[in-house]
Design a protein around this ligand. Sequence first.
Ligand code: SF4
Length: 84
Amino acid sequence: MEGQHQKFSERNGVLVQIDHDLCAGFADCVAAAPEVFGINDENLAIVVDPDAVDLDTLLMAAESCPVSAILIFDEEGEQVTFDT
Ligand code: SF4
């Protein structure tokens, strides 16, 4: 599928996915977890190192995105959110 960037985190057992159709480059995710997220040449977020932080920090960073462009899935493909 086009329009997304994703990396699997071995440490946390989750897939971190950024929907590039939604991402507007606000960089809140980079502020929340600078080791995990970066911004590419097109001003879109990319996953740099999803193993750099624990799961709570990943989920918090996903929550921080104002357009909910960051999705986190467990190994069964179920979406993981801060509330679950
Ligand atoms: S916070 Fe959301 S919109 Fe902003 S750069 Fe990160 S993924 Fe993109």
